[in-house]
Design a protein around this ligand. Structure first.
Ligand code: IPE
Ligand code: IPE
Ligand code: MG
Length: 243
């Protein structure tokens, strides 16, 4: 796809501002082919690149990918190592996105990641911070509960230091202390692979998100599947508690 190509799904389709993607099914994709799970992760990373370009062409302003959860450390060490190696490699390639005017941000607890990875993450963020064609958010060692706990600790510290009264704590303050401080709430969550759960993804930010599930495994997910999700979203009636 050319860098600045635009795709229209029709005048009546309203494109969500922020799409969250739970990239699931890599392991099953590999297993179906008799391959080790890491091959599924490698294939899934290719899908991530193609879908990011497609999302930009659709005019989606924010896309967040759930790449590694705070619970994924439970997996066998060789699988975790293979995923971390992939991040290292792909962070170099994420630089290609910078040339496409895409801002890159990371959410999650970085402290458990290698120093090298943390350095690369910081430099990609710094080099892309002024770009505005789309924001690409990568959730690495991310957990929604961990994120809320982290925000609670920050506010508790301010109370301890006498800078804040507990009764003055607002939802807005909690929001500003999440990893997503400047990122709008999620409008649409897409989960491939047939699972129908959040698995600790953006539990605060997706409070009023629409959900789209498909049985397609993430490595097989195509731009046309993203189109289908956006069209389904556009047909939903979002009420936010109103009538
Ligand atoms: C998602 O694919 C990728 C990560 C969680 C890192 P899975 O590895 O969970 O694939 P399945 O669910 O086992 O097929
Ligand atoms: C969610 O997928 C995490 C990511 C896609 C990074 P999992 O495969 O880890 O979720 P569960 O274990 O099926 O809930
Ligand atoms: Mg899975």
């Amino acid at each position: 796809m050319a860098n600045n190509e635009k795709i229209s799904l029709g005048e009546n389709v309203s494109v969500p501002v922020h799409v969250g993607v739970i990239m699931d099914g890599n392991g099953r994709w590999a297993k179906k082919r008799g391959l080790p799970r890491k091959f599924g992760h490698r294939e899934g990373a290719k899908t991530f690149r193609a879908i990011t370009r497609h999302a930009k062409a659709l005019g989606i302003q924010y896309i967040t990918y759930y790449a590694f959860s705070t619970e994924n450390w439970k997996r066998p060490k060789d699988e975790v190592d293979a995923i971390m190696d992939l991040f290292e490699k792909y962070l170099d390639e994420v630089r290609d996105f910078i040339e496409e005017n895409i801002r890159v941000r990371f959410i999650g607890d970085r402290t458990r990641l290698s120093e090298n990875l943390q350095r690369k993450m910081a430099s990609v963020e710094e080099d892309s911070k002024d770009f505005d064609s789309m924001t690409l958010v990568l959730a690495i060692n991310y957990g929604g509960r961990d994120e809320i706990c982290h925000a609670a600790k920050t506010l508790a510290q301010q109370v301890k230091e006498g800078k804040l009264e507990p009764e003055d704590i607002t939802m807005d303050m909690i929001e500003r202390n999440l990893y997503t401080e400047e990122i709008p709430p999620v409008d649409l969550v897409i989960r491939p692979s047939g699972e129908q759960r959040l698995s600790n993804f953006m539990i605060w930010q997706a409070a009023y998100a629409e959900f789209y599930y498909t049985n397609i495994l993430w490595p097989d997910f195509k731009g046309s599947d993203l189109d289908k999700a956006v069209i389904a979203y556009s047909e939903r009636n979002r009420r936010f508690g109103g009538v």
